[in-house]
Design a protein around this ligand. Structure first.
Ligand code: G3P
Length: 222
């Protein structure tokens, strides 16, 4: 996957559920094709297989469970994601935290299956700790800024630059994304200036009146 990337987490917003979500994902694909930007989507979990079957852009799961295949009812295993052709998965999102040991094991399992991992963290310290597990990406997102109007790149730019510094110190190949409040091309450009290789965002696109315009603006920030 070419970086920088714009990764859109659709969460469970009504505006990104089912058909509305699929239309939004198709819009992401159109904008990616028009601009050459890498745009990845993380649809609602129930939409994963459908989106993968119709889209040509990277598709990530929002979460995966550290459980074995078999008698683990209602969970999603890394093998499930691999079987439907998922690109990869978010792990430890701020709204779905898991124990550190599960993060470590999931990164390993996903790696063995060829799934791309984006491990979410809350600050530079956690970014450093989880970078040691060797994910493809660390996505630092201060929880208090998630869903808000001020981008992390404006409210707390050091959290991004410090995460990049800490991560590169222990794992130079791990790429850093940032998220929380990211809404426009300026925020994306600033993230890249701070050393990030892309952004992870949700509400700025999903809740926008003109999703296409926002996606174009974000892509132009690269
Ligand atoms: O996963 C993305 C995320 O938590 C940031 O959300 O709404 O602040 O872009 P948002």
């Amino acid at each position: 996957m070419k970086t920088p990337i714009i990764a859109l987490n659709m969460k469970t917003y009504p505006q990104s559920c089912g058909e509305a979500g699929l239309n939004l994902a198709k819009l992401c694909q159109e904008v990616a094709e028009q601009t050459g930007a890498t745009i990845a989507v993380a649809p609602q979990q129930t939409d994963l297989a459908l989106f993968i079957s119709v889209l040509g852009i990277p598709v990530f799961a929002q979460h995966v469970d550290n459980v074995k295949q078999g008698s683990t009812t209602g969970r999603i295993t890394p093998e499930n994601l691999w079987a439907i052709g998922c690109t990869g998965t978010l792990i430890n999102h701020s709204e779905h935290r898991i124990p550190a040991e599960d993060v470590r094991l999931l990164v390993q399992k996903c790696k063995n299956l060829g799934l791309v991992t984006i491990v979410c963290t809350k600050d530079p310290e956690e970014s450093k700790a989880y970078a040691r597990f060797g994910p493809d990406f660390i996505a630092v997102e201060p929880p208090e800024l998630i869903g808000g109007d001020i981008s992390v790149t404006t409210a707390n730019p050091e959290i991004v630059s410090d995460s990049v510094k800490e991560v590169k110190e222990v794992a130079p190949d791990v790429k850093v994304l940032c998220g929380a409040g990211v809404k426009n091309g300026q925020d994306v450009a600033k993230a890249i200036e701070l050393g990030a290789e892309g952004v992870l965002l949700a509400s700025g696109v999903v809740k926008a009146d003109d999703q296409r315009a926002v996606l174009m603006d974000l892509a132009n920030g690269i």
